[in-house]
Structure formats: structure tokens, C-alpha cells
Ligand binder design. Structure first.
Ligand code: CUA
Length: 311
């Protein structure tokens, strides 16, 4: 099979399902091609000029019921494939809460990754095997598309928005990352690799390359960027940040949202997207003001603020 179809390996929990869907659709398409072209050839032969074939009314078998029956059967078969594909896609909207959150910044022409420990890398992404990973991605210029063929995962990365993608790597090794959206001159060179290692190795790697001082550096940036003016414990202007991380937040419009990494990042860069209930939308956007490093540090700082208010 693999010699005939040189497919990338199936290296994530999700890849098997994607492949099955893919092969089922190729199979169905192939079946339809065989039927259609088979009939073309048979009819061309049977009704060629001068043949003695009957050219009267349709045989009695092709009643209205049979016509309606096979039309409905085909419709149901294709709706079934739609439901199957939509179900497989649906899973993507509910990342598990214990997922490892990694920030991804795409720009012409590189992929930047920032781990919770503060470890940063470019065009390489270390991941632990068997752990659900959630990528919170944004672009600093045009639309890119994060694509790891071996994981069968692809997601457009948009400027001014935080999009997420989650999956679970299941194989050790290195797997290519591609940009799957034409994004300018060096689009074809905008690649990298995922390095999947054991959880223990990942912990060591992330510790070694991390920054223990990240929350403290976040606290400094919090002061320097003027966040404290409104987010001080008793200001009343803005929601308190102590104990915020991981809690359920009530928003205007009767929505609730879990304050996870993506929520914190969105609230810094696009504060009007989710207005906490009872507060006015007075916070300015920090897009272009806070650097990507600032955002990582601020998130680490807010995470470190336990309910008591002290890191
Ligand atoms: Cu980035 Cu193509």
C-alpha cells in the first residue's frame, strides 16, 4: 500500500480517521467513475449506428419508485459522508482542558513557537508524545496555514485573530511542518519540523530552554505597559486577575468562557472580543504595543496569580 501511495506516516491520534475518510471518498468516487464510464462504453457499443438494439420505451423495471429509490439512496449515502466528515471536524472545536498550550506566531517567513515554560524556538517544535497539544496561533502579517502532513492537521493562521488547533502526537520522530497558504516570495521555504519526544525528554528540554523568570518578567511588563492602573486588586474598573486562570468567566451577552491561554491572549490583543460581565469595554488593544514575548510573559504572570493575589 505504502509503495503504491507514498503517504506520510500516521503520527497523531487523529490521522487514522482522516485517512479512513479519505480512502472511503476516493473509493466512492472511483466506484462512480467505473459505473458512469462503464455505462458510456456499454451504451456506445449497444446503440451504435446500425445495431439491432431495441430503441422503444424503457423496460418496466425502471418504474418511478425505482428512480426515486436510487436517487434517495445516493443522497443519503452522500449525506452520510458529510455527517462522518463533519463529526471528525467537530472534535476540533473542543480541545481537552489538560492540553499543553503552545503559542504560535507565523510571519513571512517563519514559524515561531513559545512553550509554557518560556522556551522559544523557530521553525522547530518540540512536543511530548501521547499528550494533547493545543496550538494558539496568530499571524503578524498575511494569512499562513500551519500544516503537518504526518498529523493530517492543517489550519489557516490569520492576522488579528487567535485560531487554535489541537491534536495528540502518537509517534516519536521528526515530521515536516509546511505552510499551506501562498504567503509571498518565500512561501515554499516556510517550513520546519515537529520533533516528537517522550514526555520525560520534553520536560527536560522545556526546562533547559525555558525561563524560570517568565512570570516575574511578566509582572514587570504588566507594570511597564500600564496594565496595573486598571487591573489593580481594588480598582473596580477592570476584572481582577488573581485566580482568573482556569476559571469560568461570565461575559456580556450571557456567554461564559473558560479563561484558558487563548482567552488571555485574546483579551490582551483583542479585548473587545469578550467583555467580562459588568464591565465597560474600555480596555485598548495591545496588538502592536505588546510584543509576542510580552504576551507570553503576561500570560505566565496571570497564570501565576493564585486566588490570593500573590504569585
Ligand atoms: Cu506562510 Cu505560505
Amino acid at each position: 500500500m505504502n509503495q503504491l501511495f507514498p503517504f506520510p506516516p500516521e503520527a497523531s491520534l487523529e490521522s487514522r480517521g482522516v485517512d479512513m475518510l479519505y480512502f472511503a471518498m476516493v473509493g466512492v468516487s472511483f466506484l462512480i467513475i467505473v459505473i458512469v464510464f462503464g455505462l458510456i462504453v456499454i451504451f456506445a457499443w449497444r446503440y451504435r449506428a446500425g445495431s439491432a438494439a431495441l430503441r422503444t420505451r424503457l423496460p418496466a423495471f425502471f418504474s418511478r419508485e425505482v428512480e426515486i429509490g436510487w436517487t434517495l439512496a445516493t443522497l443519503l449515502a452522500f449525506l452520510g459522508i458529510f455527517a462522518w466528515a463533519a463529526g471528525a471536524r467537530q472534535v476540533h472545536f473542543a480541545p481537552p482542558e489538560n492540553a499543553l498550550n503552545i503559542r504560535v506566531v507565523a510571519k513571512q517567513w517563519m514559524w515561531k513557537f513559545e512553550h509554557p515554560s518560556g522556551a522559544r524556538e523557530i521553525d522547530a517544535l518540540h512536543l511530548p508524545m501521547g499528550v494533547p497539544v493545543r496550538l494558539n496561533m496568530t499571524s503578524q502579517d498575511v494569512i499562513h496555514s500551519f500544516y503537518v502532513p504526518a498529523f493530517r492537521e492543517k489550519q489557516d493562521v490569520l492576522p488579528d485573530r487567535i485560531v487554535t488547533l489541537w491534536f495528540t502526537p502518537t509517534e516519536l520522530g521528526t515530521f515536516p511542518i509546511r505552510c499551506a497558504e501562498y504567503c509571498g516570495t518565500d512561501h515554499s521555504l516556510m517550513d520546519g519540523e515537529v520533533v516528537v519526544v517522550t514526555p520525560a525528554e520534553y520536560a527536560r528540554w522545556s526546562e533547559r530552554n525555558g525561563d524560570r523568570g517568565l512570570p516575574a518578567s511578566g509582572a514587570q511588563r504588566f507594570a511597564a505597559l500600564g496594565c496595573a492602573a486598571c487591573h489593580a486588586a481594588r480598582s473596580g474598573i477592570a476584572p481582577r486577575l488573581a485566580g482568573l486562570f482556569g476559571s469560568r468567566v461570565r461575559l456580556e451577552g450571557n456567554r461564559t468562557v473558560v479563561a484558558d491561554d487563548a482567552y488571555l491572549e485574546r483579551s490582551i490583543l483583542d479585548p473587545r472580543a469578550d467583555i467580562a460581565k459588568g464591565y465597560l469595554p474600555v480596555m485598548p488593544s495591545y496588538r502592536g504595543v505588546a510584543s509576542s514575548e510580552d504576551v507570553s510573559a503576561l500570560i505566565a504572570y496571570i497564570k501565576s496569580l493564585r486566588a490570593g493575589g500573590k504569585p
